[in-house]
Ligand binder design. Sequence first.
Ligand SMILES: Nc1ncnc2c1ncn2[C@@H]1O[C@H](COP(=O)(O)OP(=O)(O)OP(=O)(O)O)[C@@H](O)[C@H]1O
Length: 267
Amino acid sequence: MLLEAKGINLRFGGIRALTDVSFSVRKGEVFSIIGPNGAGKTSMLNCISGRYKPQEGEIIYRGKNLIGRSINDRAAMGIGRTFQNLALFSHMSVLDNIMVGRHHLLKNNFFTGMLYWIGGARKEELKHRRDVEDIIDFLEIQHVRNEPAGTLSYGLRKRVELARAIAINPDLILLDEPMAGMNLEEKEDMARYILDLNEELGVTVVMIEHDMGVVMDISNRVMVLDFGKKIAEGLPEEVMENEHVKHAYLGEEDELLHDDEAEAAAL
Ligand SMILES: Nc1ncnc2c1ncn2[C@@H]1O[C@H](COP(=O)(O)OP(=O)(O)OP(=O)(O)O)[C@@H](O)[C@H]1O
């Protein structure tokens, strides 16, 4: 197992965001976390990336417990992530945004900076530049490499975010709704990049996604959360047939229906 979450409990005051959630992800898998709004999906990713600290439970990554380690430590251990909302520096070029992702890998600091002209640090920087160019080629964003990120289409910006997450050389990547807000063509492109990342570069993927078509297409296994609890885990087709899961999603539709009805009644 590459990643194992055991008995994760996360509370915010009186809110139980996650209750006794356990699951494991095998090396090389695309593992999706699905569930209705507010089910605890992002909270779970945040526990893995280090943004949130669960009150109870362990998260074991390559045999080491991650709890208590900083976000940077986890990145250095090979855990990359993207966010639900775009988090790029909009005035910086695509290239510089990706270099930011690379930053913690640069051994070069103030002191080693003095050695720059002697050779070591300069060589290191050249290697980083070459690696970043490889990522740019991989995600086919050469044509916008010098553009300010803020001027790009939404789909391209999401791709640059993925590039920045890949820049830390992750073994495990956490993707929070990578297709949100995309049109069909952009979704298909993104699905292909995620699969290439998984198959060609061997990166294990843990992904939150609302688009069931995408989830069914590219996931090896799926976990379903509802009100902070795991209600199902298994192959995509098994999970979709699960009565609890159908009920959780129907419940959400019911709620939406009631909201519409309430709105209609208010008019
Ligand atoms: N920082 C926080 N402070 C307080 N409550 C939080 C915080 N983060 C999450 N929560 C609460 O935890 C619960 C789970 O939220 P979370 O964002 O993890 O759900 P989600 O499944 O990712 O939802 P969505 O699909 O809408 O993104 C919600 O009730 C949310 O309000």
